[in-house]
Design a protein around this ligand. Sequence first.
Ligand code: NAD
Length: 353
Amino acid sequence: MKIAVLPGDGIGPEIVAQAVKVLEKLKAEGAPIEMETAPIGGAGYDASGDPLPEATLRLAREADAVLLGAVGGPQYDTLDRPLRPERGLLRIRKELNLFANLRPALLYPELAGASSLKPEVVSGLDIMIVRELTGDVYFGQPRGIEVRNGERVGFNTMLYSESEVRRVAHVAFGIAMKRGRKLCSVEKANVLECSELWKEVMIEVAKDYPEVELSHMYVDNAAMQLIRAPKQFDTLVTGNIFGDILSDAASMLSGSIGMLPSASLDEHNKGMYEPIHGSAPDIAGKNLANPLATILSVAMMYRYTFADLATADRIENAVKKVIAQGLRTGDIWTEGTQKVSCTEMGDAVLKAL
Ligand code: NAD
């Protein structure tokens, strides 16, 4: 179990340190875990002038899984684009061919008050969004800005090959099998040929998974349904741009960005695991950050890369326990609960584990 640990910038090192404590405990119990740390993002730039240093990429390639904190910070915003921290992140996803992005939107009943929606609409919410991550209009060619008929036009190409749709479909059906066996494929097949093909391939792949109930929804309706009645969804699969937008909307259903983990997988279940939030420069270095999204990212690592569901459940249950105990970092604190620091939250999870 070789894990590349890439803390990154801002609160990255603080939250990753708490997740590493969990991994150290599992290692002490006998798990064959090997961890090595390397800089990425602004830290990579500071160390070697590159947001994805060669040695970091090599380490990530050789590892079975990557644990990432977050990258970015105001001090890097004036760098040339290729040197900016976020470029390091995009490059590592591409270099490792991480085409399937898994983002759960899960709400612990005790935190229902932190959502901007009514508690009864979101309480107990548990959705998994599978977003294709390396294709679609973000990567399709041709793209550009050029002059046509005397004025500038901007253009991009929405493009999916059958094989790209098929491989993400298999990931999504596989995940739906382990959850509620309901998969909703989101596209815009009434208008876009690219979506028409997407839908056809989804229907083909569904034949391999007769236990899973496949449904289809147009993306505009899906946006509405996610806010209107989000608990109707179990697993959702969609392309890169639709997934980008829907997964951010879904993450807000649960109130705090500090609670949500993510995984990005390749064809062999190698994965990069990271919280969905950024480097939170406003609270960096103050021991205030919520480490739970990063700790839950370790649970996802156990679930998807190491296929050790018992340990994944154990980590998730430890997080549930500290929430039930009323411990809260500032971002999820409400009247009547106990405010704790980042390290105190990490220690509490360790104890619950
Ligand atoms: P952000 O997610 O860093 O922060 C948004 C707000 O949420 C802030 O108020 C922050 O304090 C709070 N927050 C985020 N994570 C938290 C946590 N774990 N605990 C408590 N509060 C938390 O987004 P932003 O402010 O838009 O971006 C800051 C930097 O992060 C930018 O440089 C941006 O490019 C980068 N970024 C990186 C990633 C990534 O590494 N995957 C993702 C998004 C943004």
